[in-house]
Design a protein around this ligand. Sequence first.
Ligand SMILES: *[C@@H]1O[C@H](CO)[C@@H](O)[C@H](O)[C@H]1NC(C)=O
Ligand SMILES: *[C@@H]1O[C@H](CO)[C@@H](O)[C@H](O)[C@H]1NC(C)=O
Length: 376
Amino acid sequence: MVVNWSVIRKLMVAAFLLFTSIICLVDFLPRHMEKGYTTIAAQIIKPRADDREDIFIPKFKRYHDSQTEKERLKSEQNLGRMDLIRKANSDPLPQRIFKGNAKEMCSGKKGEEFCIPKFKQLETRIRVANNYKLMTCIIQKSMSTVMTAIMCYLFNENEFTAAGREFARECTAVRFCQGKNEFPQVLGVRKGYNISTKAETKKWKFTMITRDPVDRFLSGYVDKCIRYPHGGGYCNGCHRNMTCFILSEYDRIKSQLSRGHLFRSFEDRHFFPQNWRCDLHKEYSNYRFLRYSSDPSETLLDDLIEILHEQNVPDSSIQFIQNQLTLSRTVHSTVQSEARTFYEQRLRSSPFLLEYIVRIFYYDYTLLNYPFPEGF
Ligand SMILES: *[C@@H]1O[C@H](CO)[C@@H](O)[C@H](O)[C@H]1NC(C)=O
Ligand SMILES: *[C@@H]1O[C@H](CO)[C@@H](O)[C@H](O)[C@H]1NC(C)=O
């Protein structure tokens, strides 16, 4: 047999070229396209597994140690500086800028200019109790501790009780489930438990606790900017001036969106819209929304119990949850402080400040079904 080396050489070169171009296509192009996509669509934010702040450390009624005691004293001091708080918010507030209701301001062409859009992807944290086909998406300061504890308990009731866990000993309860029933995306749950069809999805309950935008804003503001601020330039360098904070936070979100990249600073995450969380951009219609209540043993419990019944959670387990919730209350509730009352009064009586709240949270109001503040 005559071997035609020249043909073989050509074939080998062709094969090599084909091989490298396939590698190139498979490997580089999607990355490139993804990069292009993020700049155009401005909404891909991947959960960062290595981010310390992402590790969710709940604060239930904790045992007293010197650290919590120090934190408590500092909090009381900060919340008690009513002189400084009043001074930083003593200026009279201007009139509203846009004269019209929320819908006129935020829908259509005007909306793009004035208001913050819906369904960007911020981050998602899921906890599941798969034997009851239950899933909850948690957001800080929206009863995340309570829901984490409930899901951890339902994830494995026997082990939980056998190990003598209580919701109140939250830190151990969370370590108990850590890495076992947690997902950074709904997609992970879908893959993990084979929830691919519409019918399968129906058998599950996807839940999320939502909170009235003004209430959530105030709670986050008083907690993160007044009670226990972090760092020197905290809260956009506004210190105790809420007007400054609202205006600068609105600008921050706007400019981050137009640059196509969202940063998640420690503060931001508490003030970005709820509809950017929990994969709502894809899963909105599959969620059951539960309303936040400052005392989890009240309203929330009724709504939750209904869902637990639907998912065939035994009465004894429901009873256990009920008892645990009445026993435990969160430590850093800011509802009653004088500072909170002051800021709430200032915000609710200012159409100017409320306008900015509506501009930022318009889609939280409409998608999560909360009434707009009066006058909007
Ligand atoms: C997942 O669900 C589909 C459709 O219900 C079914 O055909 C398939 O066998 C399931 N796969 C596993 C691994 O359970
Ligand atoms: C608070 O901030 C706003 C906006 O930046 C500013 O106009 C106002 O003068 C500040 N108030 C005080 C008392 O410094």
